[in-house]
Design a protein around this ligand. Structure first.
Ligand code: GUN
Ligand code: ZN
Length: 435
């Protein structure tokens, strides 16, 4: 395979930025080069140095003056909810019962699942997202469509068949045995195939009986390296109902803990209303709280205390995500704009360096995948996004007065969306322009 040489301004984080002046937390090359071979980054740095290593037949793409970054990572979204997005509901439980559950029933049909999978990856790539952690529907057909399409596009994806055996329409229920068997089948058919990762996915405690939670625990024991994803503490009515269903647990988090599901590969969507005890338990286990700002505002679920959870004496690991279709945008830029506004309401500052760290290396670390994605480090997968902060007339006008990198990043986050994504490279291949 031939080499690809990209030229542009490079930005890649080395660690979490402490403040806006923390220039040592990232690598920035104003005239940078990235050399790619066989889907991997093999050189990164000043253009002159990197281009000197490129063979004469390398394919060269000049992205100046744009910004080249690691592709965005979306830590939580629902593949079968592309036609649920923008549904008018008063709150989470009404939204689930009225729109979401009926829509997910359609994914029993593999034609439908395959068609939506095509749109799903198109939309991710259009928005600069190169890795996502997704819930499929309860049907194995949906997981098959999800992973087959990821394999075809050579994308690094995490996903799982949802397990749910109560409190939903009949067409959306499995049983403890079916959930266990089908998840095992999906692991053996898809995990490690191409760049696919299978996650054990009990939807949430409301839709799983204790018997299904036991089956989930058995899977977690058998496959300790796999991610586990579920929902936790999103909405007050949800929390009350959940605790009624599991009266022996001391709180919502304790339900998952009792079934051995609190660990450092567990990704809990939302975690808006955690008590101190629950946050301590999450911290001790190394579990991740995944913030979904557009969804939390759209469904009126609440205000996630990102900064205070991250700076507690027992800090909680954080991820950021769109939560399509409760979320209202596929864009991680729009997502971090809303995350910023939520922290503003709390009197907290989420600076633009932190935002871009979260979308890239931060999420990669929270997924325990930072050795593969989230940076432009040599040896990493060549999953890359190219950003234009002057993508629209209004952005271009503002760019005239932008003087610093953090100002440019903040403009991109505040006004940017898919129009600001010039190109998305998946394993070194230009994927956005190919849509
Ligand atoms: N809790 C259980 N299922 C879901 C879902 O599909 N979306 C959101 N936002 N919360 C959930
Ligand atoms: Zn969700």
């Amino acid at each position: 395979m031939t080499h690809t040489l990209l030229r542009g301004r490079l930005l890649s984080f080395l660690r979490a930025p402490q403040d806006l002046g923390d220039t040592r937390s990232y690598l920035y090359e104003s005239d940078g080069g990235l050399l790619i071979k066989d889907g991997l980054i093999i050189a990164c740095g000043a253009y002159d140095k990197v281009s000197a290593q490129a063979p004469a037949d390398a394919r060269s793409v000049d992205h100046r003056p744009h910004l080249i970054m690691p592709g965005f990572i979306d830590m939580h979204l629902h593949f079968p909810q592309m036609q649920v997005i923008a549904s008018y509901a008063a709150n989470l439980l009404e939204w689930l019962n009225t729109y979401t559950f009926p829509e997910e029933c359609r994914f029993v049909e593999s034609d439908h699942a395959q068609r939506i999978a095509g749109h799903f990856y198109d939309e991710l790539v259009r928005h600069g997202t190169t890795t996502a952690v997704a819930y499929c529907s309860v049907h194995k057909t949906s997981a098959d469509a999800f992973f087959a399409e990821a394999l075809k596009r050579n994308m690094r994806m995490v996903g799982g068949k949802v397990m749910m055996d109560r409190n939903a329409p009949q067409g959306l229920l499995d049983t403890p045995q079916m959930g266990y068997d089908e998840t095992r089948q999906i692991i053996s058919e898809w995990h490690g195939k191409g760049r696919n990762h299978v996650a054990i996915t009990p939807r949430f405690a409301i839709t799983s009986t204790p018997a299904q939670m036991e089956a989930t625990q058995a899977l977690a024991r058998e496959f300790p390296d796999l991610h586990i994803q579920t929902h936790l503490s999103e909405n007050h009515d949800e929390i009350t109902f959940t605790c009624e269903l599991y009266p022996e647990a001391i709180d919502y988090t304790d339900i998952y803990a009792r079934y051995g599901l609190l660990g450092d590969k567990t990704l809990f969507g939302h975690c808006i209303h955690l008590s101190d005890r629950e946050a301590d338990a999450m911290s001790e286990a190394g579990s991740v709280a995944v913030h979904c700002p557009t969804s939390n505002l759209f469904l009126g679920s609440g205000i996630f205390p990102l900064k205070s959870l991250a700076r507690r004496q027992k800090p909680v690991r954080i991820g950021v995500a769109t939560d399509i279709g409760g979320g209202s945008s596929y864009s991680m830029l729009r997502t971090m704009d809303e995350a910023y506004k939520i922290q503003q309401l709390l009197g907290e500052r989420l600076n633009p360096l932190e935002s871009y760290y979260c979308m890239t290396l931060g999420n990669a670390r929270s997924l325990s995948l930072a050795d593969r994605i989230g940076t432009l480090d040599v040896g990493s997968d060549a999953d890359i996004v190219v950003l234009n902060a002057a993508a629209t007339p209004a952005m271009a006008l503002k760019m005239e007065v932008v003087k610093t990198l953090p100002e440019e990043l903040f403009l991109l986050q505040t006004m940017g969306d898919d129009r600001a994504i010039v190109e998305t490279y998946v394993a070194g291949v230009a994927a956005k322009s190919a849509i």
